[in-house]
Design a protein around this ligand. Structure first.
Ligand SMILES: O=C(O)[C@H](O)[C@@H](O)[C@H](O)[C@H](O)COP(=O)(O)O
Length: 274
């Protein structure tokens, strides 16, 4: 499989709505390949607008055709706040995505149908949220890394043969106007982290300042990465990332260079300066 940004696919759609449709198709196809092939699909979510752009996935036909019971869900980065805090990326994904299953369960009057549906929904134990009882970011990062290591032992997660870092099946990335991905910000020393799987930041320029984040060696060991970028405010960073000129500073998004396949999903406003 080819890798790196040089081989990236760039898909440009007329509107955000078209990105949402294409993203649902893409995720459903990869889910099918992985759940039928190895019986597990490891998916990493970001915060930000990504969750809203995933909205079509929890609508028919995908809601009924995806084998959700084989999904394992992780977070690329998380704010060190309680899971019920409006700033929590877990809460964002729960409200916009994961709760749709629960909502359906509650709406189903027939106990046996709801039980059956529960068996095919994402098992709650397969949703790996940050441990929000640990107030220090360094402890939360250690705890999440330990969680990943135990999943490697249980063979839920595999290690990349090339890098020896965990290899997730699919990472869904957003990008900020400054070109940040995950909680890896321009010119921050965390961009150079070479050993940790999960690390922490206490001085994030985007609020809140305390976060945990996957590192680039983990991001770049992925089998598939989707960079989902919509809106005119991101056009400049997209231009730098995909343009042919050499910027004086490399943006974090330009360091996304997976072993596997990278696909950009852009709407026309985000692609307007390419
Ligand atoms: O916690 C966060 O801040 C997010 O996880 C972050 O990594 C996000 O993906 C980008 O900031 C893009 O966010 P937008 O889609 O809102 O621009």
């Amino acid at each position: 499989m080819a890798g790196g940004q040089g081989d990236a696919k760039v898909e440009v759609f007329d509107a955000e709505e078209d990105v949402a449709v294409a993203l649902a198709k893409y995720i459903a196809r990869l889910s099918d390949v992985h759940t039928k092939g190895k019986g597990v699909f490891t998916v990493v979510l970001s915060g930000g607008t990504l969750i809203d752009t995933m909205r079509k996935l929890v609508e028919p036909p995908y809601l009924d055709t995806i084998d959700w019971s084989k999904w394992h869900v992780f977070w690329l980065d998380e704010r060190v706040v309680h899971k019920t805090d409006p700033l929590s990326n877990y809460k964002l994904a729960y409200d916009g995505f994961l709760s749709k299953f629960i909502g359906l369960l509650e709406a189903e009057p027939n106990y046996f149908i709801s039980l059956l549906f529960y068996l095919v929904a994402i098992p709650p134990n397969n949703v790996y949220a940050i441990n929000d009882t640990l107030p220090a970011p360094e402890d939360a990062a250690d705890d999440y890394e330990a969680c990943l290591k135990s999943l490697v032992e249980k063979k839920v997660l595999e290690l990349s043969q090339a890098s020896s870092f965990p290899k997730f099946d699919l990472m869904l990335l957003g990008m900020g106007p400054d070109g940040h991905v995950a909680s890896l910000f321009p010119r921050h020393p965390l961009l150079e982290e070479k050993n940790r799987w999960v690390t922490y930041i206490k001085d994030s320029p985007k609020m809140p300042p305390e976060r945990i984040t996957f590192t680039f060696p983990v991001i770049n060991s992925s089998a598939y990465i989707a960079l989902v970028v919509t809106g005119a405010d991101l056009a400049k960073a997209v231009h730098i990332a995909l343009g042919n000129h050499e910027p004086s500073d490399v943006l974090p998004v330009q360091m996304v260079s997976p072993e596997g396949e990278l696909t950009w999903f852009l709407d026309k406003p985000a692609a307007s300066k390419i």
